[in-house]
Write a protein that binds this ligand. Structure first.
Ligand code: DC
Length: 218
């Protein structure tokens, strides 16, 4: 199941609950791009040095579990959410060689488990175009900023401005830009609670599974 959408739209909360209800594993691919960025900064590599960053992405041992992210055995769970990583991650995510490496790791994660709930920006459009469910979860920039400030503090205006800027970078990059796929169900979470959103996704999933089964009977 592919869950895409912009930063702060509630993808993680919704994705984790959906995975728990369905008894599936859950993978946050944004945490993978953040973990590569963490390694890049730690090694003193320039995030815009395309070849050096690509080499880092290929060389690191990366583990992204629900509550623990490690890079070469070092706990990076807190730092990948910090200001330095957040400021540099868009450049790393725009690097095509990094994307090739992380997409391969994402596919292998799903292969090993026979599927799961996977969250990101390009999961339904690029990584798993045949996913059973493709969701595009979004919310207004203002609501997304308010949610982030409730979690980590700060000024809503400033956080909103940085969210708009990151959306712009993620949507305008050449490789795998953020966009809703044609066959994705779009859910605006601005005025919907988590249970309601998960309910919409489960209904859509049941409908798609039914469609597939009917398709294979023909
Ligand atoms: O979801 P997040 O804010 O943790 O994502 C961090 C960055 O990684 C963000 O700039 C978008 C990028 N990203 C991506 O390009 N592709 C993904 N599948 C997941 C995240």
């Amino acid at each position: 199941m592919a869950i895409d959408g912009p930063a702060g739209a509630g993808k993680s909360t919704v994705g984790r609950q959906l995975a728990a209800e369905l008894g599936l594993g859950y993978l946050d691919t944004g945490a993978m791009y953040r973990a590569v960025t963490f390694a890049v900064l730690r090694r003193g590599v320039d995030p815009n040095d395309v070849d050096a960053v690509a080499a880092v992405s290929r060389s690191i041992e990366l583990s992204v579990a629900d509550d623990l992210v490690t890079v070469d055995g070092v706990d990076a769970t807190v730092e990948i959410r910090g200001r330095d990583v957040t400021g540099a991650v868009s450049a790393v995510a725009a690097n095509s060689a990094v994307r090739t490496e992380l997409v391969a790791r994402q596919r292998s994660w799903a292969d090993k488990r026979g599927g799961g709930v996977i969250e990101g920006r390009d999961i339904g459009t690029v990584v798993f175009p045949d996913a059973a469910l493709k969701a595009y979860v979004t919310a207004s920039p203002r609501v997304r900023a308010e949610r982030r400030v409730a979690e980590i503090g700060g000024s809503v205006d400033e956080v909103e401005a940085s969210i708009v800027e990151r959306d712009r970078k993620d949507s305008s990059r050449a490789d795998s830009p953020l966009r809703a796929g044609d066959d994705a169900v779009t859910v605006d979470t601005s005025e919907l609670g988590v249970d309601a959103v998960v309910g919409v996704l489960r209904k859509t999933l049941e409908g798609r599974i039914g469609d597939r089964a009917r398709g294979s009977e023909r």
